[in-house]
Design a binder for this molecule. Sequence first.
Ligand SMILES: Cc1cc2nc3c(=O)[nH]c(=O)nc-3n(C[C@H](O)[C@H](O)[C@H](O)COP(=O)(O)OP(=O)(O)OC[C@H]3O[C@@H](n4cnc5c(N)ncnc54)[C@H](O)[C@@H]3O)c2cc1C
Length: 426
Amino acid sequence: MKRNIGNLVIILCVVLTVAVWLVFPPVDDGRDHFLRVYAGEVIGSVNIVLMATALFLSTRPKWAEKYFGGLDRMYITHRRVATTAFLLIFVHVLTVPITLSGWKLGNYLAVIAFTGIVSTILVSLAPRIAFLNKLTGGTYDGWKNLKKYIGIFFIIAYIHALTVPHPLDAFIAINWVQVFFIVGAVSYLYTEVFGRFFKKFVPYTVEAVRHPNPSTTEVTLRAKKDPIKKQRAGQFLFVRFPGERTLNESHPFTISSAPHEDVLRVTVKASGDFTRDLFHNLKPGMDAVIEGAYGMFDYKTGGRKQIWIAGGIGLTPFLAFLREMDGNPERDIDLYYTVRHKEEALFLDEIEAAAKRNPRLKPHIRFSATDGSLNAGDILKNAGGHAADHDIYICGPFPMVQAFERKFRAAGIPAGNIHYEEFNFR
Ligand SMILES: Cc1cc2nc3c(=O)[nH]c(=O)nc-3n(C[C@H](O)[C@H](O)[C@H](O)COP(=O)(O)OP(=O)(O)OC[C@H]3O[C@@H](n4cnc5c(N)ncnc54)[C@H](O)[C@@H]3O)c2cc1C
């Protein structure tokens, strides 16, 4: 329940915004199309509320994680809120009566805000829409840099609302929306300008670099002074390496070591520019800067019977779980780990050793190129056909996570028993 509070608060803010406009309506000054102007203002206000919320979530407020179920879930909410705001802009434009004469500053600002917001939100959604992905060149950095402008258009949209000719006389509703505008504008400035002075960036040193297979790097990090605040197994951090230009951008990785270890380990698959550079150029002795830990993907939230499903590098949070348990699971766990080929599999010895130490842990390793893809039907059959009393933890590529979630839901497993981590914020 607690992890839904964040989403409920957002819905409540939207409902209250509409309610404030209905309970304290504007004075009908007898103008033409009064109702359309009124409806347009209500929709525009909801838009400001949603955009302010999206900008607020972009600040990565650690304290709010528990109300969303983790930072990754906050990003999902961010995406949904931004998409709704995007669609509502069109409804707003179609609702308000638009004349082409007698334009004042407010009208010109409306055009700038509309064009700017629509194009930046389209860019934000691009990674989910194949043909739009080309717009950003497909890179995360290109995507992130273009998104930076959204706050400027948000501020322009608000000034448009204040300077539009013949504004409605609705003191209370306008001041209500003003609060959200301030939240959005301050959040934007925090993210882009002054947040860096408040966030905790903790200095570490790269103690060891290992390559467990030809595309993976295991990095061991030791705190220079105080380590990051005690983390839970399964959490992730943001790390950058300021000594090397191409490695000096912050990327998220799961902490694959156990919380009780005095070092942090991350296990990184070379999949793009940054992770490939890390594979080739990261050396022991280099500086690292860490922010975190974030995330609420935690087997301890589940019951006695658990199913863990790891696809490829999605094994990392489960490694942290196993290392924390140290051969003493106190739960019946079926761990499904799927990779294409045997050579890609990581830490098989360690997984087998953990299973030997505790028979309640049953690993099922699947090489999809030879054994066929892992599917929900097999997992359910292994669980005796009734997995509804199991907690299922899934981590891997987004399409895999989505497909499993759909199948388990269709098999009658309650949504609250399915926990997943998305390795993707876009
Ligand atoms: C919560 C979480 C935990 C993760 N844990 C691991 C892990 O343990 N091991 C591992 O190998 N990978 C992990 N990842 C994925 C890892 O962050 C990306 O593979 C890596 O950032 C890719 O960067 P790139 O430049 O090499 O690839 P690109 O091809 O540039 O990016 C590939 C994808 O990674 C994401 N990404 C890229 N840069 C960033 C960034 N700066 N911040 C956020 N996302 C970015 C984007 O969705 C992008 O589409 C995790 C991701 C998340 C969100």
